[in-house]
Design a protein around this ligand. Structure first.
Ligand SMILES: Cc1cc2nc3c(=O)[nH]c(=O)nc-3n(C[C@H](O)[C@H](O)[C@H](O)COP(=O)(O)OP(=O)(O)OC[C@H]3O[C@@H](n4cnc5c(N)ncnc54)[C@H](O)[C@@H]3O)c2cc1C
Length: 502
């Protein structure tokens, strides 16, 4: 390993960690809204897209209408379908990436391993490691006035503590690490899980009648009818040619998207023999409701079988369920979700305060309005703790956060302020209230991946609507921040609130 080179370019600088849709949205906004170009996107993988790069399993698509699950500033009138495929979503982002020439700002195959706040310099030292082609590791330290962490929530595969995986002699893959060289034809495939990904994989792979699918589930999921409406050529022409039509439609989705879950839908669509087990025994909304991509209908296929009890153990040639049933398998697909907190996210703030230590002291991750942390000046997070607003577009949430972050970083990038740090008492008060609200919500009534903190602390969802999230973050509340001032005063900044149309 080489000794690190230090990169401290002149002028204020922003480092964005992650080239998923959040990181890219931030970069585009910096260019478009502030005409600011001194930023670097650091991405550990070799290409952009985050979720939409990693998840290319059969059937992968968004489950929020794509007109809403795309950038408000980059309306695309040509989406072919309401629930766009992974391929179309990735293409959209690649197109925008090129449009804004973002490649020149991106460092691929480079992982941020640690970031340290230097209080004297009022800047972050971002330690990165790049894997070079000849297998060497190149270390660089980037100095940044502002760090935006856009590392996502759904990156690290989670295997639900299933034992014996190392024993299996066949092929195994997580839904987010699909092995496209594997031909499923004629194979016995076990799909574990009944969440969003598994519910997309089962109907897709079972279209080939030679693939024998057994879907092994632990807890039933609420499903809602989805439909897959394609946008007709006429409608797309309207979106393209009538000013504001696509934007109006986008906003219409945002206000009208309700959950139309009915047990009736299950009874009409799924095979009768499964009705009892498919009926959840917890309230709707406690886990993410799946907009049915054809899962229930696929259970009628003769090559699809449903098993319950979860996987107790993986054997050399298959699995044993919690009910003691054995299934011989050639391939195992883990649709078991993600580990939502990356333990390798090392931030050391003012006086060496460690972010993981801060999270541990709070019984799990928390932030002020999902975005800032006491003790960590000029560090901003997209899709941070308690951001996900149930069944709405997370990208919309990230745009709201970007709007908020912009109001704080504009004076920093202009040089009139050195740093903003959320006051500890404000963050604490916010989180006490947040957890109180969460305790009154349906998420406490079942076991779900939202409870990622100690003692089941919910660190993922926001207890309120997307509208409430927008209202909370609409205007920067400067008085809640400790502000280290440059040449200008706090008061003058009040008149410089930047509004961004989300
Ligand atoms: C299968 C699937 C379907 C989904 N569908 C929807 C949907 O329909 N609607 C919806 O609202 N949400 C959906 N989501 C949630 C989705 O993750 C978010 O909507 C969105 O993609 C988050 O974008 P992001 O950029 O914040 O994070 P990500 O897309 O996760 O990107 C994070 C990036 O950061 C990089 N990174 C992480 N750590 C480091 C590091 N230390 N150094 C450098 N780079 C790093 C990663 O490689 C990755 O590229 C879905 C998630 C999954 C898994």
């Amino acid at each position: 390993m080489s000794s690190p080179t230090m990169n401290t370019e002149n002028g204020p600088r922003v480092v964005i960690i992650g080239a998923g849709v959040g990181g890219l949205a931030m970069a585009i906004a910096l260019k478009k809204k502030l005409n600011f170009e001194n930023f670097t996107i650091v991405e550990k993988a070799s290409s952009i897209g985050g979720t939409w790069r990693d998840n290319d399993y059969p059937g992968c698509a968004c489950d929020i209408p794509v007109h809403w699950y795309s950038l408000s500033t980059e309306i695309n009138p040509d989406w072919p379908e309401q629930f766009a495929s992974q391929r179309d979503i990735l293409q959209y982002w690649k197109r925008i990436y090129e449009k804004y020439n973002l490649e020149q700002y991106t460092r691929f195959n480079t992982r941020v391993i640690e970031s340290t706040w230097d209080d004297k310099r009022q800047s972050w030292l971002v330690n990165t490691e790049k894997q070079t082609e000849n297998g060497l590791v190149e270390r660089t330290i980037l100095e940044a006035n502002v760090v935006v962490s856009a590392v996502g929530l759904f990156v690290l595969p989670f295997y639900a503590g299933i034992e014996g995986r190392e024993r299996f002699k066949g092929i195994q893959m997580h839904s987010s690490r699909w092995n496209h060289s594997v031909n499923l034809s004629g194979k016995k495939v076990g799909v574990i899980g009944i969440g969003c990904s598994a519910a997309q994989i089962v109907p897709e792979i079972s279209k080939d009648p030679s693939v024998q699918v057994v879907n092994i589930c632990r807890t039933p999921t609420w499903f809602s009818p989805r439909g897959q409406s394609s946008y007709s050529a006429a409608l797309r022409t309207i979106f393209r040619n009538i000013p504001g039509a696509a934007k109006f439609y986008r906003n219409f989705i945002a206000v009208s998207l309700g959950i139309q879950v009915t047990l009736l839908y299950m009874r009409f669509t799924a095979p009768k023999k499964y009705h009892k087990e498919l009926t959840p025994n917890y309230p709707m909304g406690c886990k993410r409701v799946v907009l049915d991509p054809g899962y229930y209908a696929s259970l009628h296929r003769p090559n699809v079988e449903l098993a319950w009890g979860g996987v107790k153990e993986v054997l050399e040639d298959g699995v044993i369920t919690g009910k003691g049933e054995k299934f011989e398998l050639d391939i195992i697909v883990y649709g078991t979700g993600f580990q939502v907190l990356d333990p390798a996210l090392n931030f050391y703030g003012r006086e060496g305060k460690d972010l993981m230590g801060y999270f541990a002291s709070k019984g799990g991750p928390e932030a002020y309005i999902s975005t800032t942390y006491p003790g960590f000046p000029n560090l901003f997070t997209l899709l941070g703790p308690n951001t996900v607003t149930g069944h709405t577009s997370t990208l919309y949430g990230e745009e709201i956060q970007i709007n908020y972050i912009f109001q704080l970083i504009k004076p920093i990038l202009e040089g009139s302020v050195k740093s903003y740090e959320i006051k500890a008492e404000v963050a604490d008060r916010y989180n006490v209230d947040l957890q109180k609200r969460i305790s009154q919500m349906t998420w406490t009534e079942c076991h779900n991946h939202y409870q990622a903190g100690e003692n089941g602390k919910n660190t993922v969802t926001f207890p309120g609507s997307a509208f409430r999230f927008w209202r909370l973050l609409r205007k920067a509340d400067y008085h809640n921040y400790i502000c280290i001032v440059g040449n200008d005063g706090v008061e003058s900044r009040k008149n410089r609130i930047l509004e961004w149309d989300v």
